[in-house]
Design a protein around this ligand. Structure first.
Ligand code: KIV
Length: 285
């Protein structure tokens, strides 16, 4: 069954947790869809995990459209949310609507996500008015890395916690149908989740959110180096990949691969004919 704004909203009412993972390509999206994931986020985290940037800031609209279209082709039942990249919605309301439109029209997204609270409510209203569902994103919003002075947990003092709570109400009032809460204390996320009508999706925001999201390379153990405290490794896919790639290198070098079962046969008479007429290999310089 196709997940929609209605089924996702209903999950908040019934208490059935909403599952969301990031994906950036057709094959991964198809596997997630077959597993029954509720929603796939084409996050601008693709700048870091797919394109190798240090932050999400360099990601372009063309990057997002390209990856969203691939994911949409693999997602039959999953609800596809596409991130609006840095500076695709901040400059003007009309640019925000046009760019959200591209993610739906060219990318096949079911909804768009943008970061921020009061400062982007006008954009949220206008995008919703264009019949495009909007997911908001508050807390440790990665596009504000420079303003925050790093990837730092938000909402740890009264002012900051209260601002996030106020923003949550504002984005709901502006028409967002779902809210991602990233990198905030679990108890603050619980209050926000209990007070809002729209579902919350947590990432580093504790278990009381209405759903959870993780970057798939993190939760499958494909990323190396520092990972955030909130990441749980559900598999060691990186190890499985490394083993497969090493085995391929070794077997190719030793001649064990390809074996007879990976090889196409041909009638011997064809080979005899070809060999008889093939020019000799010219070894002269
Ligand atoms: O870009 C992304 O992947 C995200 C999630 C971390 C919520 O915004």
């Amino acid at each position: 069954m196709k997940n929609t704004v209605l089924t996702l909203t209903e999950q908040k009412r019934t208490g059935e947790k909403i599952t969301m993972l990031t994906a950036y390509d057709y094959t991964t999206a198809k596997i997630m869809d077959e597993c029954g994931i509720n929603t796939i986020l084409v996050g601008d985290s693709l700048g870091m995990v797919m394109l190798g940037y240090d932050t999400t800031l360099p990601v372009t609209m063309d990057d997002m459209v390209h990856h969203t279209a691939a994911v949409s082709r693999g997602a039959k039942d999953a609800f596809v949310v596409a991130d609006m990249p840095f500076m695709s919605y901040q400059v003007s309301v009309s640019e925000a609507v046009a760019n959200a439109g591209r993610l739906v029209k060219e990318g096949g997204a079911n909804a768009v996500k943008l970061e921020g609270g009061a400062s982007v409510c006008e954009q949220i209203r206008a995008i919703v008015d264009a019949s495009i569902p909007v997911v908001a994103h508050l807390g440790l919003t990665p596009q504000s890395v420079n303003a925050f002075g790093g990837f730092k947990v938000q909402g740890k003092n009264v002012d900051s916690a209260y601002r996030i709570l106020e923003d949550a109400f504002k984005i709901q009032e502006a028409g967002a149908f779902m809210l991602v809460l990233e990198g905030i204390p679990a108890k603050l996320a619980k209050i926000i989740t209990e007070r809002l009508e729209i579902p919350t999706i947590g990432i580093g925001a504790g278990k009381d959110c209405d759903g959870q999201v993780l970057v798939y390379q993190d939760m499958l153990g494909m990323t190396t180096g520092h990972t955030a405290k909130f990441v749980k490794k559900f598999a060691e896919a990186g190890e499985v990949m490394r083993k497969g790639i090493n085995d391929y290198i070794n077997e190719t070098r030793s001649g064990e691969f390809p074996a007879i079962e990976h090889t196409y046969a041909v009638d011997e008479s064809v080979i005899e004919e070809v060999e008889a007429h093939a020019p000799a290999h010219d070894t002269e310089e």
